[in-house]
Design a protein. Sequence first.
Length: 202
Amino acid sequence: MQFEHWFLLFVLFFIFFIAKSIFQKKYVTKEEKIMTNNQKIFGTQKVTTNANEKREGYRNPFPATDFIVEYDMGQGAGVKIPLIERLNFPYGLAIPGGFHERGISGLENACKEASEEINLEIIITDPDRPFLYMTDPNRDPRGHVISAVYLATGTGVLRAGDDAAAVSLYSPQEIKGLFGQDKFAFDHEKILTRYLSERWGI
């Protein structure tokens, strides 16, 4: 009888444990999924107040900051535009930039990326008004990335670093001559086409 008594207690405890696990999975996991998704994307926790809410969580785009730098060569050489050759996928020519890091402004992010990728100090022409916002979900093969594109002037000794395998200077006319040859990563040919048209009339 003593064995049967302990066996019955064990069975009841096991049933209670399983029932508790099912209950928690049903009513807590949805909230945890939302928190986990945001932590993976932005390192934030976004909590729904409705435990029975049926949505699975937010899948926000990744923010990025890109910039076109006008680099004055001096001595009558005119303005040149630095373009990087990307070290990582997707490969090709690109304007400098990178993912927008948490805790800093777009201006600060652009300056940080300029220092890391092309070794220049830059001054953003209009920090409060980016030149373009690029939001097409298909613009980046790695995922949905939205980019604020700024115009800037740059000074310093040009040198490739971070995600840039190389960096070279191009005149506006030289950049235009690269169009239509599938040389650019992302939608940067589209960005530069708009820039050349509005800034240089070509």
